[in-house]
Ligand binder design. Structure first.
Ligand SMILES: *Cc1c(COP(=O)(O)O)cnc(C)c1O
Ligand SMILES: [Zn+2]
Length: 370
């Protein structure tokens, strides 16, 4: 029977998975381990038109109905060719989510787990979209929610978060200061830290991006373009493809081409200098606010994954991001500037063959920005 545990990635200590722990006392990040049920095409629950069609691959009891209580139909987003000129490039339209960003994948799983645990209050910090998503699902699950935000957060994202009744706790400082304040509140109040950065249940949700591509393409692509700030999509996707590989459902792994904004690119810098540790950098300011993370907590893990898949990191400057935004809109896709960076990176990516199959995520909707 499924009973998942937490294991520290650094010192390998095991803990019961409970709401009151989000990091090992040694400072290490937590992984979830459980005896995974075998997953085959037959296990896909076609009647569920969202990411819960892969519920057999998610850490919930088969009898657990909490996902049915909180789902808003997230996931199973369209995968469509970019254009007629680019028939081998597909865009995964993840802005067609209940709160208009891919963060709903992670938030739905994380809040479902919080609900199953009987959590009464969650705290999260965000540059915008994760907060929006956590706020929406927490409200739906009738869990109280505080979201810590930086002063530069898009007014539309703030409006969305407050519409869901979350308490907005504005912090004057960097993205790192915002996270620090949230952690202090978690400690003082003993609330559940619904962090998309630290909590590995979030990755259990984002991994469905990989399952969907596998099902929709009936194969794997050659290349995945993936934006990285804190790496929640990248690490979830990697986990998803690892699971598919372990089950023999795929035989190869796609190459991951990660995307950063030139003005905030600690991972790109480390990668080009062949380091696995980042150096402290400053966000010099970018319209790609969703990936502007100067000190990603999971930097080493992210860099290892990119290397392992024979991938690399592309940076896009502000001008390239703006032009990509306009160019995507001209193809019918109205995305937020952070997502335009993905397309800018795609345009800079050197295809190995004209047949290279590429999947590009459209992570956030244009109406969210500003
Ligand atoms: C959160 C977000 C990202 C980056 O995701 P990370 O998990 O921080 O790597 C990219 N695009 C959009 C629209 C986002 O909301
Ligand atoms: Zn540890």
């Amino acid at each position: 029977m499924l009973k998942e545990i937490y294991v520290c990635a650094t010192c390998h200590t095991a803990y019961p998975s409970t709401p009151d722990i989000w990091r090992c006392p040694c400072g290490g990040l937590l992984k979830i381990e459980w005896e995974k049920p075998t997953f085959s095409k037959k296990e896909i629950q076609n009647e569920l038109p969202g990411m819960w069609r892969y519920v057999k691959a998610l850490p919930f009891h088969p009898q657990c109905s909490v996902s049915e209580e909180i789902t808003m139909g997230e996931g199973y987003t369209p995968l469509v060719p970019l254009s007629q000129e680019d028939p081998h490039t597909f865009v995964k339209v993840d802005y067609m989510m209940p709160t208009l960003s891919f963060k709903d994948r992670g938030a739905a799983v994380l809040i479902a787990k919080a609900k199953e645990w009987g959590v009464k209050k969650v705290i999260a910090d965000s540059s915008g979209n994760a907060g929006t998503s956590i706020a929406a699902y927490a409200k739906r699950a009738q869990i109280e929610c505080d979201i810590f935000l930086g002063k530069g957060t898009s007014p539309k994202k703030i409006a969305q978060i407050s519409a869901h009744g979350a308490n907005i706790r504005m912090v004057d400082g960097t993205r790192e200061d915002v996270a620090k304040k949230a952690k202090m509140a978690v400690q003082q109040e003993g609330s559940f830290y619904a962090s998309h950065v630290f909590n590995p249940y979030f990755h259990e949700g984002t991994k469905t991006y990989a399952y969907e591509i596998w099902e929709q393409l009936n194969n794997i692509p050659d290349t995945l373009i993936i934006p990285v700030g804190n790496g929640t999509l990248l690490l979830g996707v990697y986990q998803g493809f690892c699971e598919l590989l372990a089950q023999g459902l795929i035989t190869d792994f796609p190459k991951i081409v990660a995307v950063q904004a030139e003005n905030c690119a600690p991972l790109a810098q480390a990668f080009h200098e062949q380091r696995l540790e980042i150096e402290a950098t400053q966000n010099k300011g970018t319209i790609a606010e969703g990936i502007a993370i100067a000190a990603p907590e999971r930097a080493k893990q992210i860099l290892q994954v990119i290397k392992q898949t024979n991938g690399y990191i592309v940076t896009a400057n502000e001008q390239e991001i703006k032009e990509a935004h306009t160019a995507l809109a001209a193809k019918g896709f109205y995305v937020e500037p952070t997502t335009a960076a993905n397309y800018a990176a795609y345009l800079k990516h050197q295809k190995t063959t004209t047949q290279e199959r590429i999947v590009l995520p459209l992570c956030g909707a244009g109406l969210k920005a500003v």
